[in-house]
Structures are given as structure tokens and as C-alpha cells.
Design a protein around this ligand. Structure first.
Ligand code: ATR
Length: 263
């Protein structure tokens, strides 16, 4: 009998996870089903309990439930504990396990572009949950410096305070989004500005070799500026594929190649 998977969120109709997981399964010669689940905003816990009680094997969790999923797990991976958010759930010996594959998905996507993270100097725009989830994996992948720039400086400073102990070999600092300057290997947009259509202005006192936008499927002023500067850039579709591959690997024990699923 084949295994059942799903992604749960609110809203959920635009999720591309089912098509990705079905494509991975086809490539790896596995049979599985993977569906979308719309949970009511006040009904996440009941929704996932019903899924596992019905014999479901694994769940992905998306907006706005990742923090709630974190709070419900019996056992968490290190990277999920640091992220304080969970996007991948499964049951083992009657216990609910949680992991967060978003950060590794970003690392895999960046590396598959041929952009090296070894000893890299990285600037991340934004200090919300998206940023929190990727600092530790970027540090593990070899970043030597990470600067977090945020509109609300205090939020970036709080992240530095929370996360520094987990990234002892990476210099982690905070600056205000108004004070962008310096030379970086990579700049990552982890703000939700592009989702709301707001423009982010990158001043000429700021230089970078590569630009990565975590969002995908929408025009991004951030990526337009990278293009104008003739800097190699990417939107976040590779990260979406990367996090899905990591979840697929946890559940099924086999790992598809990211580059084969980027179209
Ligand atoms: P997520 O979980 O996606 O990171 P979040 O926690 O709501 O979402 O964080 C959104 C991030 O985008 C924050 O860093 C926010 O800046 P503030 O902390 O100052 O609110 C940033 N952001 C959203 N809209 C922005 C805009 N128009 N310009 C600059 N930063 C913006």
C-alpha cells in the first residue's frame, strides 16, 4: 500500500508541493499520494491529528502554522529547535517528530547555482521567521560573516542575540535597513516586501556578487536591481524545491537531484 502525504496551510490552494512530491516519486520509482489540506485558522492541531490517525505518513506545514507545529512536536531536530518553526512532520513510535528543511533547501538551491558559501560574507534583508530559519544552515554551509539588516533594527538585534551561540564560527551582526553598505558575496531578500509589492532600495554604497530572493512567482524590485547591476540572481523557486527534496528524503530515504526539478 502506498504512503499518504500532504501539505497543510491557510490558504493552501496555490501550494506547488503536491506537484513537486509527485514528480520526485515518479523519478525515484515510488508510489505515493500527496494532497493539499486547508486547516481552519483555529483548527491546526485537530487537522494534523486527524491526518495521522487516518494513517498519513508525513506532513509539510506552511504559512501560518509553522510556529504552532513547532510547539506540538514531541521530538525536534536541532535545526528546527533553532528555527523555532517546523515545516516537516512525521510519526515514529507514537511520537510526533518535527524538522525544518527550509534553510537546507536554501543552501542546496544556492549551491546548485554554483555560488560557493565557503567563507562567504552574506547580507540578509529581513529579521522575521524566514531569516531565523536560514541562519544556522547558512553558517553550517561555511558562511564566515552574516549581517542581518532590518527595517526595525531591534528585531535584527534580537535575532543576533538569540542565534549567536549556535553559530560560533560565523560573525553575526545586525544593522538597520536604512544603513545598507559594504561588500558582500551574497545578498538574500528574506523580507516580505516583494510579496506586498513594496520596493526595497539597494544603495550604491552596497556591493554584492550574487542576489537571492526567497519569494517566487511575483515581480521583485530586489531582483530588478540585481539585474540592472548585472549581478547573477535567482528567485526562491529553487529553495521551494530544495526544502521539498529534504522532506522527501526524511520520509522516503532517497534524495532526488535538485537541478532536475527547476522548470
Ligand atoms: P516571515 O516569517 O516571512 O519572515 P515576518 O515575520 O512577518 O514574516 O517578517 C517579515 C519581514 O519583512 C520583517 O523583517 C519585516 O520588517 P520589520 O521587522 O521591520 O516589520 C520585513 N518587511 C516587510 N515589509 C517590508 C517593507 N515594505 N520594507 C522593508 N522590510 C519589510
Amino acid at each position: 500500500m502506498h504512503k499518504h502525504f500532504a501539505v497543510v496551510g491557510h490558504p493552501i490552494e496555490h501550494s506547488r508541493s503536491p506537484e513537486l512530491h509527485h514528480a520526485f516519486a515518479k523519478k525515484m520509482g515510488l508510489e505515493l499520494s500527496y494532497q493539499r489540506r486547508l486547516a481552519p485558522l483555529d483548527g491546526f492541531q485537530a487537522n494534523i491529528q486527524a491526518f495521522f490517525q487516518a494513517g498519513g505518513h508525513g506532513l509539510n506545514v506552511t504559512v501560518p502554522f509553522k510556529e504552532q507545529a513547532f510547539g506540538l512536536c514531541d521530538t525536534l531536530t536541532t535545526r528546527a529547535k533553532i528555527a523555532k518553526a517546523v515545516n516537516t512532520l512525521w510519526m515514529e513510535n507514537g511520537q510526533l517528530y518535527g524538522d525544518n528543511t527550509d534553510g537546507q533547501g536554501l543552501v542546496d538551491a544556492i549551491q546548485s547555482l554554483g555560488w560557493s558559501l565557503t567563507k562567504s560574507k552574506i547580507l540578509i534583508l529581513g529579521a522575521g521567521g524566514a531569516t531565523r530559519g536560514v541562519i544556522y544552515p547558512l553558517a553550517q554551509a561555511g558562511a564566515s560573516q552574516i549581517v542581518i539588516a532590518n527595517r526595525t533594527l531591534e528585531r535584527a538585534q534580537q535575532l543576533v542575540e538569540d542565534l549567536s551561540e549556535f553559530v560560533p564560527n560565523t560573525g553575526l551582526t545586525a544593522i538597520s535597513l536604512d544603513a545598507l553598505h559594504g561588500n558582500f558575496d551574497l545578498i538574500i531578500n528574506a523580507t516580505s516586501a516583494s510579496l506586498s509589492g513594496d520596493a526595497l532600495t539597494l544603495p550604491h554604497t552596497l556591493q554584492f556578487k550574487y542576489a537571492y530572493e526567497m519569494a517566487y512567482g511575483k515581480p521583485s524590485s530586489f531582483l530588478q536591481q540585481a539585474e540592472q547591476r548585472q549581478v547573477p540572481y535567482s528567485d526562491g523557486f529553487g529553495m521551494l524545491v530544495g526544502q521539498a527534496i529534504e522532506a522527501f528524503y526524511i520520509w522516503n530515504g532517497v534524495k532526488p537531484q535538485l537541478n532536475e526539478f527547476l522548470d
